[in-house]
Design a binder for this molecule. Structure first.
Ligand SMILES: Cc1cc2nc3c(=O)[nH]c(=O)nc-3n(C[C@H](O)[C@H](O)[C@H](O)COP(=O)(O)OP(=O)(O)OC[C@H]3O[C@@H](n4cnc5c(N)ncnc54)[C@H](O)[C@@H]3O)c2cc1C
Length: 490
């Protein structure tokens, strides 16, 4: 790599680590990615059992053009490396009152269904709400997620000041739930749009109504699914990175870094590495705790309220439930009580919402002909892990909901089971308390207090990934890498 100008070490080979490695390598720099696990991908892992395949973490894929952009950066046609399809049916919702609603992906079909299911007044209110979600995203969202974080110090930045009339609206000061109640009125529609609060692991009864922009990504821009599953996002990007000279080292379980006058010294399993720039692509709390050993900053970011974690059951189901789509939601009895348990009492919800994802609906090779690969997720407080008895109760509850809504239970058809919980998520990916998205966005100022992309204390230290600005989830993680690559001078 003699042509390279600078040496960068990236800690963590999740999506964020691979994306920033690709972007910095494109500048002609030496890029070394150090990963604790034996493979890349972080939360975008998968596993198999006798003809079944499950993606372990993310399942909802929006803004695929951001993955494409990384191939285009290297002059490649993304379609020869990474394939995905647009999903026609966004999500099938099952409400506590026994009714259900299929949220279509295509606008005309969706609008027709909203009007016929919820009536002309409430159906039209939902159509207007979705339109407004797009406007809020354009007016306010883009200024936050496409550029470095605004600190409290630059709240008078011109770009931000221009947006104040839209930003400082009733949406900001109302909770998402209050905003949804004002706009939608129908109880089931309010619940449906409250659910988008969980897309960054937050509480719709506390987070700002400005997050009513989240549905825009899914409903207006559309949802997609990779033809070889979510894992293929990182498989294809990892191959691209290796092909273009990014160096990866796995099994680096005891990394630490010391700042030097110019750059960093990184202690690995067997040697020390020097770097001009250091990029953290892991949970920022874990980075301060394990890598930089800066207890002050560790404590500062630990104090921020965590986003939710989850219990996920992965089931090999030897049966076809034809009603199930790729994404299905089964609401519990009391949504407000569920979030109070997750964020206030920090206990496992008694009657939680279930998210059931079945990728074999779209990718038949993910399950045998007579089966389905179920992924059943329940939101839980960060750091809280169900014991055997609680898991058994959850399974009984899931079965009851399936009998109620699908007419039959699933338990007798389960041939194999695995589960993930807050403790395993922390162990496997280094996420502090197993939180899915780092700090929660429950506080009105959350966008300003989230960890930024560049260190204020250490020179040449940068941060990407789901726990820093602009946020968690695949699209924002990819945006964090783009922001950092633009911040680091060439
Ligand atoms: C169950 C679940 C469901 C989700 N659903 C969705 C969804 O549907 N859609 C969506 O967009 N997002 C979803 N997310 C969030 C999404 O997965 C994350 O925001 C995203 O994958 C984070 O990527 P990352 O690279 O920042 O972190 P990670 O994927 O966590 O990668 C971090 C990497 O750093 C490594 N590492 C950690 N500590 C160290 C260390 N000390 N030294 C070296 N390496 C280290 C880890 O091993 C890992 O490989 C979900 C997450 C979970 C857990």
């Amino acid at each position: 790599m003699s042509e390279s100008k600078r040496r960068v070490v990236v800690i963590g080979a999740g999506l964020a680590g691979i994306a920033i490695a690709l972007r910095l390598r494109k500048k002609g720099w030496d890029v070394l990615v150090l990963e604790r696990n034996d493979t890349y991908g972080g939360k975008l892992a998968d596993f198999k059992w006798e003809g079944y395949r499950w993606d372990r973490g993310p399942s909802l894929f929006t803004m695929p053009e951001q993955v494409d952009e990384l191939f285009q950066l290297y002059g490649k046609d993304p379609r020869t490396h990474f394939h995905y399809v647009k999903i026609q049916e966004s999500c099938h919702y099952y409400f506590h009152d026994g009714s259900d609603f299929l949220l279509e992906g295509e606008t005309a079909r969706r609008n027709k269904a909203l009007l016929s299911e919820f009536g002309s007044e409430y159906g039209q209110a939902a159509i207007n709400y979705i339109e407004e979600s797009g406007k809020t995203y354009q007016d306010v969202g883009t200024i936050f997620i496409d550029r470095p974080k605004f600190g409290l110090k630059n709240i008078f930045d011109r770009a931000l000041v221009k947006r104040y009339p839209k930003l400082l609206s009733r949406k900001l000061t109302n909770s998402l739930n209050n905003w949804n109640e004002r706009k939608l009125k129908d109880e089931n529609l309010v619940q449906l749009f409250n659910r988008y609060g969980t897309y960054n692991g937050s509480d719709p009864y506390r987070m700002s109504g400005l997050y009513s922009m989240i549905p825009h990504l899914e409903v207006n821009l559309g949802t997609y699914f990779p033809k070889k599953g979510m894992r293929s996002i990182v498989d294809s990007l990892y191959d691209l990175a290796v092909e273009n000279g990014v160096e990866f080292r796995f099994g680096e379980k005891n990394l630490s870094a010391q700042p030097l006058k110019n750059g960093y010294e990184i202690t690995t399993n067997n040697e020390t590495e020097k770097a001009d720039d250091l990029v953290s692509a892991i949970d920022c709390v874990t980075f301060y705790n394990k890598i930089l050993k800066d207890s002050k900053l560790e404590v500062k970011y630990k104090k921020q309220e965590r986003s939710s974690s989850a219990v996920v059951f992965y089931w090999a189901v030897e049966k076809i439930f034809p009603q199930l789509k790729l994404h299905n939601i089964f609401f519990g009895a009391d949504y407000e009580a569920e979030f109070a348990q997750i964020f206030k009492t920090k206990t496992l919800p008694d009657k939680p919402m279930l998210y059931v994802h079945v990728s074999s609906v779209i990718n038949p090779e993910d399950a045998p002909e007579n089966g389905q690969n179920w992924f059943v997720m329940i939101n839980t407080p960060a750091g809280i892990v169900p014991d055997d008895l609680q898991r058994e109760k959850l399974k009984q509850y899931i079965d009851k909901l399936m009998i109620k809504h699908l007419g039959e239970g699933v338990r007798n058809a389960i041939r194999y089971e695995k589960f993930w919980d807050a403790s395993k998520i922390e162990m496997d990916t280094g996420s502090y308390m197993g939180a899915l998205y780092g700090a929660a966005c429950n506080d009105t100022m959350a966008a300003f207090t989230r960890h930024g992309n560049v260190s204020k204390k250490y020179k040449n230290l940068y941060f990407v990934g789901g726990t820093v600005h602009p946020g968690g989830g695949i699209p924002l993680v990819l945006k964090s890498a783009k922001i950092v690559s633009e911040l680091i001078e060439s």
